[in-house]
Design a protein around this ligand. Structure first.
Ligand code: APR
Ligand code: PHB
Length: 388
């Protein structure tokens, strides 16, 4: 097989990259080691920055998003039984969308297949070769055969556990890693969301987030320990704990719980994001804790930069943007890392906390929901900082 860009991974990053390249007439092949059903069913965070939604709409993959996604004017911070609104629209004239990442993946897969382009699902033993030369290759097994893709560029969009990042020569890579002493228990429940917009809740027993996937479908998260055993969370305990942490700020209507799972919390950045003709994008290069809702948005920002750089490379023969890919992306990534770390530390209870930390957090919450300057800063970061 021969193509221009060989893409590893059919998550938001790989699929959107292939889509943007196709619009510029640049050919690509996507390989994915899981099944189509797995990719389409993997439930992840749901907040989309406005520019991401516009990019999907303008490039012809936003029809369902326009029908089904919900536009939110702001978010709430709640503690001590009171919810405080942070109104993005009023403060900075921006809004965000709530649309699960699995829907984005589903839409992008359907669009690519409808265009007659392929995605090779269920591949195995993927490896990358000769990416320091002008003739990189991707090798893998597919349907019982050994396969090879010869390409100009390899895009490693294979998430945090993929093979692309570990294939970088050890001497070129720097990794910045922070693991938090807590995680999230994620819950999907047949229950009306307690509010039209998201509620981020501080409570001395731990953080809780009240999000939604529809009129009668809620997505909730409870701070738990990283090694939490889900079986210790029967439905009744979950509803009790959600009610305690929301502390009456809004009413809760318990319903059937459809899913429970643990989301780990990590901040991670790889530098550089490129070596030779191998480029990383999305979770393959960086992880943010979900509190800042930046994961999918950062993946989309990377592939926007990469698609522009590759377009310049193929159309004008210019290498500057490709050469600067890491530097361009990292400016946005580090700001999103800072914001995600800040939201996380503000709202979670560190098991090693002392009374000073608790009082400091509460003072900061009071400040963040009381000062127009602080709310404006939060709004800018939450809605997504402008591109250069
Ligand atoms: N070969 C082929 N595909 C692989 C391999 C491999 N060796 N390893 C992983 N993959 C696939 C995964 O199965 C997954 O479908 O790569 C894809 C990576 O997708 P994501 O993990 O969704 O990563 P990305 O596209 O960068 O999207 C980032 O995901 O974790 C969230 O919060 C994060 O929203 C952000 C988004
Ligand atoms: C979600 O709806 O899944 C969600 C929303 C906001 C976050 C994280 C997850 O910060």
């Amino acid at each position: 097989m021969r193509t221009q860009v060989g893409i590893i991974g059919a998550g938001p990053a790989g699929l959107m990259l292939a889509h943007l390249l196709r619009l510029e007439g640049i050919r690509s092949i996507i390989i994915e080691d899981r099944s189509r059903a797995y990719c389409e069913g993997r439930r992840r965070a749901g907040v989309m920055e406005y520019w991401v939604a516009q990019m999907l709409i303008k490039t012809g993959v936003g029809d369902r998003l326009m029908r089904e996604a919900k536009l939110h004017d702001g978010i709430y911070f709640a503690w001590d039984g009171k919810a405080h609104h942070i109104d993005f629209k009023q403060l900075i004239g921006q809004q965000i969308y709530v649309y699960d990442q699995k829907e984005v993946v589903t839409d992008l897969i359907a669009h690519r297949l409808a265009q007659g382009e392929d995605i090779l699902f269920d591949v195995s033993d993927v490896s990358v070769h000769d990416f320091e030369s002008a003739a990189p290759k991707i090798r893998f097994h597919h349907k019982g055969e050994d396969c090879e893709i010869a390409c100009d560029i390899i895009a490693g969009c294979d998430g945090f556990h993929g093979i692309s990042r570990p294939s970088f020569p050890a001497q070129v890579i720097n990794q910045h890693d922070k693991v938090y002493p807590y995680a999230w228990l994620g819950i999907l429940a047949e229950s009306p969301p307690p509010e039209k917009e998201l509620i981020y809740t501080w409570h001395e027993r731990g953080f809780a987030l009240f999000s939604m996937r529809g009129h009668d479908l809620s997505r909730f998260y409870l701070q738990c320990t990283p090694d939490e055993d889900v079986s210790k969370w029967p439905d009744e305990r979950i509803w009790d704990e959600l009610a305690i942490r929301l502390a009456g700020a809004r009413p809760l209507t318990p319903g059937r719980i459809l899913q429970k799972g643990i989301t780990p919390m990590r901040s991670f950045v790889t530098e550089p994001m490129q070596t030779g003709r191998l480029f990383l994008a999305g979770d393959a290069a960086h992880i943010v804790p979900p509190t800042g809702a930046k994961g999918m948005n950062l993946a989309m920002a990377d592939v926007r930069v990469l698609a522009e750089a590759l377009t310049e490379h193929y159309k004008l023969g210019e290498e500057i943007r490709l050469h600067n890919y890491t530097t361009t992306c990292l400016r946005r990534i580090w700001k999103a890392q800072r914001f995600s770390w800040w939201m996380t530390s503000l709202l979670h209870i560190d098991p090693r906390r002392d009374t000073f930390d608790m009082r400091r957090q509460r003072a900061e919450l009071d400040y963040v929901t009381g000062s127009k300057a602080a709310m404006t800063s939060l709004s800018e970061n939450y809605c997504g900082l402008p591109f250069d």
